[in-house]
Design a protein around this ligand. Sequence first.
Ligand SMILES: [Zn+2]
Length: 253
Amino acid sequence: MSARGPDSQLAARFLDSPNRGERRGNRRPNCLILHYTGMPTGEAALRTLTDPGSEVSAHYLVWEDGAVDQLVAERDRAWHAGKAVWKGESDLNSASIGIEIVNPGHDGGSPPFPDRQIEATIALARDIGARWGIAPERVLAHSDIAPARKRDPGEAFPWKALWRGGVGHWTEPAPLDGGSLFAHEEESPPVRALQAMLALYGYGQEITGVYDRQTRQVVAAFQRHFRPERIDGEADASTVATLKALLDALGLR
Ligand SMILES: [Zn+2]
């Protein structure tokens, strides 16, 4: 048995999941990926995350009451991201630390995340971020890195509260104002410009110049994280203004 203890003093238990490997290419974690468990109970999620047959895991599990368990050592590669891309990196498992947050998610009616759970997530993210030097704009949703497949941690997740707690990148979203600027399958230079901005922020957005399905998926992922009032994959003026403000804040535009 492993004699390892948790890497974070905030973790109560180290429950050594077998679902792990070595980080490839000696990568250090440079981003933090947040998930909801998407299962009816935390106990069910913990079983899955430690079951060798499931081939999934995360470094940490944050319970509804704020208790934290560590399942994989931070130096090891946990298996939470799947097929994903951010800023051109496609082996996100080798480049990240993953936190699973107990919540049944969309399929469970998107219940709110309890305050104690969010406070614990903030404390844990700050601790990990400080030890590894993770930039605020690299605290990401699973949906950010896999917009075609994933919705977690979902639009009910309080990114603004995290930002107030010193975690993540955020700007107050521009107010809702009108519908989509583009028709579906429209091909135009402004569509290309929008796609370029999404890719510049980090999304795995292909620059096709067409307001196609993958663009709607990326826009929906952006909305879940940064403009949660309406998640429809339509690039309205509020969505575009919010994206520009985030890029400006990073000096990327
Ligand atoms: Zn996930």
